[in-house]
Design a protein around this ligand. Structure first.
Ligand code: GLN
Length: 441
C-alpha cells in the first residue's frame, strides 16, 4: 500500500478511538499528508527513499518537534511550541518517517501510569479500564491501538519498558549514551534515554538503527559503531543457540506468582531453542528503588529551576501536580548543603555499588531475563500511595542505575492483561537483546 493509504488508516483509527484512549494530545494530519504524498511521488519517480519511508510515528510530548506543542503533559508548558527538532526527530525525518503527533505521558515523565497528565489519563486498549503503564503510556497506546506504526518514548526508570509490558508491545531502552538526548526534556539526565515502541522486533530494530549514533551536540553521547540491528533479527535463531541466559532469583521473589509462571514458560522456550540457563543472585535489590528515587529527586529539582515563569511557561511550583511538587520539594531538601553528605553522596555511593554488582552479573552471561514489571496494571481510578506506585519500578530502574540496555517483549497474559519479559544485556550489546526477542517472536 502507499504511504498515503497507510496514513489514512491510522488517521481513521485516531478519529474513531483517540477520544476514549487519549493516546495523542496533538496531531497534525495536514503536515503528515504532505509528507506521505511527497514520499509516494518520489517512489513513483523511482527515487530512493529513507529507511522509514511511509511509516507513521508518534512522539512523546517531552521531545522537541518543530511546530508541535511540547508540554511534557504539564500545565507549566501548556502553550509551549517546539521551535526545533531534537536529534532523534531530525534522524526520523531524514529517513522519511512521518510524524503524526505528540503523545500523552505522566507529567514531566514522573510516573508509571499516565494518570498524572494535566490533560487527563490514557486508557489501556488491551486491558480495558486499566492503566497503560507509564510514563510513556500515550506512545505505547498509540501503537497498541493501531494509531501509528511506531512510537518514541523516554525511559528514566522504566517508562518505555513498563507501558510496553502492560500493552503487549516491544519497548526498548538503549545503552546509556547510545541515542542522543539532545532535545529531550530532562527528568533525571544521568538515567534518561530515548527509545522505540514497536509491535515486532523488526520495527524496533529499524527504529534503533535510525535514532542510534554519536551526536557531537550532546555531551553524554557515545562514539561507537551502530550495530546492524536488522541483521540480528534475521540471524536470531543461530545466535540463541549456546547463549548464556542469566536468571536472577530476586527478580522472581518480588513478582506476582501469575507473572512468574508466564516468565518461566518463556525461559523454558529459550532452553528448547538451545540457550543455557545460569542461575544468578543479586543481593542489592532492596537498595535500588531508594537509590533511584533519591537521585531522581535531586536531578529533577535541578532540571526544573528553569521553569521559573520568567522565560517561558508558568512557574512550575504554581501549577504542577502533586507528584512533580513532591519531587521538587524532596530534591530541594536533599540538595541543601547540610544534607548533601548525608543523602545525596550516600545515594551516589549506592549507585556505584549497584552498577558494579550488575556489571559483575552480566559479564558472566549474554543476557539477563525476568519479569519487566512485578505486578499487573491497576484499574483506572484506584488511588495508590506513592510507595505503591514506585514499586512498579523495582525491576526496571536497575538498568538505568547501571546504564545497561534493557527491553520488554510480550510473554503472555493473565486473563487478557499482557505480561512482558525483560531482557537486559551488557553496555553496547543492545543487538543481542534484539536477537533474543526475535528468536522468541
Ligand atoms: N516511574 C519512574 C519514575 O517515576 C520512571 C519514570 C520514567 O522512566 N520516566 O521516576
Amino acid at each position: 500500500i502507499t504511504a498515503l493509504e497507510n496514513l489514512e488508516q491510522f488517521c481513521n483509527n485516531i478519529d474513531a478511538n483517540n477520544g476514549r484512549y487519549n493516546a495523542f494530545l496533538e496531531i497534525n494530519k495536514n503536515s503528515a499528508i504532505d509528507c506521505a504524498s511527497n514520499i509516494d511521488s518520489r517512489i513513483n519517480n523511482g527515487e530512493t527513499v529513507g529507511k522509514l519511508a511511509g511509516l507513521v510515528v508518534g512522539i512523546k510530548s517531552n521531545i522537541n518537534v518543530e511546530d508541535f506543542h511540547i508540554t511534557a503533559a504539564s500545565r507549566t508548558l501548556e502553550n509551549y511550541l517546539g521551535s526545533y527538532d531534537a536529534t532523534v526527530i531530525q534522524r526520523i525525518k531524514e529517513e522519511d518517517g512521518i510524524i503524526i503527533g505528540m503523545t500523552n505521558m505522566d507529567e514531566f515523565a514522573a510516573g508509571s501510569s499516565t494518570e498524572t497528565s494535566y490533560f487527563g489519563h490514557t486508557e489501556n486498549p488491551v486491558a480495558l479500564g486499566r492503566i497503560p503503564g507509564g510514563s510513556s503510556g500515550g506512545s505505547a497506546v498509540a501503537v497498541a491501538a493501531d494509531m501509528c506504526d511506531l512510537a518514541i518514548g523516554s525511559d528514566t526508570g522504566g517508562s518505555i519498558r513498563n507501558p510496553a509490558s502492560h500493552c503487549g508491545l516491544i519497548g526498548f531502552k538503549p545503552t546509556y549514551g547510545m541515542v542522543s538526548r539532545q532535545g529531550l526534556m530532562d527528568l533525571a539526565m544521568s538515567f534518561d534515554q530515548i527509545g522505540p515502541f514497536a509491535r515486532d522486533p523488526g520495527g524496533a530494530a529499524l527504529m534503533l538503527e535510525v535514532i542510534a549514533g554519536y551526536d557531537k551536540t550532546e555531551c553524554t553521547s557515545l562514539d561507537f559503531k551502530i550495530p546492524n540491528f536488522t541483521n540480528s533479527v534475521k540471524n536470531c535463531e543461530d545466535s540463541i543457540k549456546g547463549m548464556r541466559v542469566g536468571v536472577v532469583k530476586q527478580f522472581f521473589d518480588v513478582s506476582d506468582d501469575k507473572i512468574v509462571n508466564i516468565i518461566e514458560e518463556s525461559i523454558d522456550k529459550m532452553k528448547e531453542m538451545g540457550a543455557e540457563v545460569v542461575e544468578l543472585s543479586f543481593d542489592y535489590i532492596d537498595l535500588c528503588l531508594p537509590t533511584y528515587y533519591l537521585i531522581n529527586y535531586v536531578e529533577f529539582f535541578s532540571a526544573t529551576r528553569k521553569y521559573d515563569g520568567r522565560k517561558y511557561g508558568n512557574r512550575i511550583e504554581d501549577v504542577c501536580g502533586e507528584e512533580v511538587l513532591r519531587r521538587i520539594h524532596m530534591g530541594s531538601y536533599i540538595s541543601q548543603k547540610e544534607f548533601s553528605g548525608k543523602y545525596y553522596k550516600k545515594a551516589l555511593q549506592a549507585r556505584s555499588l549497584i552498577k558494579r554488582e550488575v556489571n559483575k552479573l552480566i559479564n558472566d552471561v549474554d543476557v539477563m531475563v525476568g519479569p519487566t514489571v512485578p505486578k499487573l496494571p491497576h484499574k483506572i481510578g484506584t488511588t495508590l500511595d506513592p510507595l505503591d506506585m514506585y514499586s512498579y519500578d523495582v525491576l526496571t530502574v536497575i538498568a538505568n542505575l547501571a546504564g545497561i540496555p534493557a527491553a520488554s517483549t510480550p510473554a503472555g497474559d493473565v486473563r487478557g492483561i499482557p505480561v512482558g519479559l525483560q531482557i537486559q544485556s551488557k553496555p553496547l550489546d543492545d543487538a543481542k537483546i534484539i536477537g533474543m526477542m526475535a528468536a522468541l517472536d
